[in-house]
Design a protein around this ligand. Structure first.
Ligand SMILES: [Zn+2]
Ligand SMILES: [Zn+2]
Length: 341
């Protein structure tokens, strides 16, 4: 049996995930997050007049309780699954971003005629498309996340991410394949629409600025604080900044078991869409006492059975109940009353 293709596939996937500088989980961005985390802790200790020792900083960043938790082991499982399995199984399901973009461009041209190229240097046009696509990415992320929290059927699949009882950067991977599939398609539609509209208004098709094909603004946030959103390190943007950017504390609030925090802070890097749609919760400057996880004591928590398979059963049951409710005939008198209003 020839195992070489399998081994080269495994290394290829690992290389894509960890070594491409624009990857969402590159070692470079992790090193950046680690350095920022260390710096924040050191400055806090310095201000309190405490001694700064690397050992105690590392212990604060990687507490044993977190590293040895069942939840973290499950996150490792999801990391493996998403890197090595998900890519092959569901790549076909993603709607073509290019097809949506071209479709929008064609529709606008057919409706309003050909747009002459905007009189501006190439780098300005590229900068405009880069900002537009980043905003569209954030909007698509917010929309998918909002639907996942509001529609019970979709929540069953997104709940997997919220079942983490401790947060580490690996929790990023704790997402169900069905969630990822819907997310990828919503993202393709929203960013495709934005690109089609942008190309039409600019009168030309220009590429965004990126690093290994990832939008450069998104890359900046990945290096800056996206990894720190899934940690226990309380870094809170408050005031006007807290209305613009989704700080690590914003996302920790999103994972909180406190009902006051449910369905809040659904954005990725920006807080503006949450602010605009009324789902923003700006965290306090000082750390709030938070507990993470949904039904943490339920059966088969943090196992393949509980996190990967069980959501299908629960979602199917919800769908069945919904269809059964629809099938119940409405009494005639009630139907008349409905029409009268
Ligand atoms: Zn969520
Ligand atoms: Zn999260």
């Amino acid at each position: 049996m020839d195992v070489l293709p399998g081994i080269s596939y495994l290394f290829g996937q690992l290389n894509r995930a960890l070594l491409l500088p624009g990857s969402h989980f590159s070692l470079f961005s992790l090193a950046s997050a680690f350095s920022i985390g260390l710096l924040v802790l050191a400055v806090r200790r310095y201000r309190k007049g405490r001694r700064i020792r690397l050992r105690s900083l590392l212990r604060a960043l990687f507490p044993k309780r977190l590293m040895l938790s069942k939840s973290t082991f499950a996150d490792f499982g999801y990391f493996y699954f998403n890197i090595f399995v998900f890519g092959i199984a569901f790549g076909w399901a993603v709607l073509s971003y290019d097809a949506v973009s071209r479709g929008v461009g064609g529709l606008l041209t057919a409706s309003f005629g050909v747009m002459p190229p905007a009189p501006m240097p190439d780098f300005v046009a590229r900068a405009i498309i880069t900002v537009l696509l980043f905003l569209a990415y954030e909007l698509g992320y917010w929309l998918n996340h909002y639907l996942s929290h509001r529609i019970p059927f979709l929540w069953e699949f997104h709940k997997v991410h919220h079942s983490a009882t401790v947060l580490t950067p690996l929790t990023n991977f704790r997402v169900h394949p069905v969630y990822m599939c819907i997310f990828s398609n919503i993202l393709a539609v929203v960013t495709g629409l934005a690109n089609g509209l942008g190309d039409y208004l600019l009168g030309q098709s220009v590429p965004q600025y990126g690093l290994s094909e990832t939008n450069i603004i998104l890359v900046f946030f990945i290096y800056f604080y996206v990894h720190l959103q899934h940690t226990q390190l309380w870094i809170a943007f408050t005031g006007w900044l807290g209305h613009l950017l989704m700080s690590p504390a914003h996302h920790q609030i999103h994972h909180s078991r406190n009902p006051a925090h449910f369905n809040k802070n659904l954005g990725s890097c920006l807080a503006v869409w949450d602010w605009m749609f009324g789902t923003l919760y700006v965290p306090a400057r000082d750390s709030e006492k938070l507990e993470f996880g949904v039904e943490p004591d339920r059966e088969h928590a943090h196992t393949i059975r509980g996190e990967l398979i069980a959501p299908f059963g629960r979602a199917a049951r919800l769908l069945k109940e919904r269809l059964a409710r629809r099938a119940v005939p409405v009494p005639l008198a009630a139907a008349d009353r409905k029409q009268a209003y």
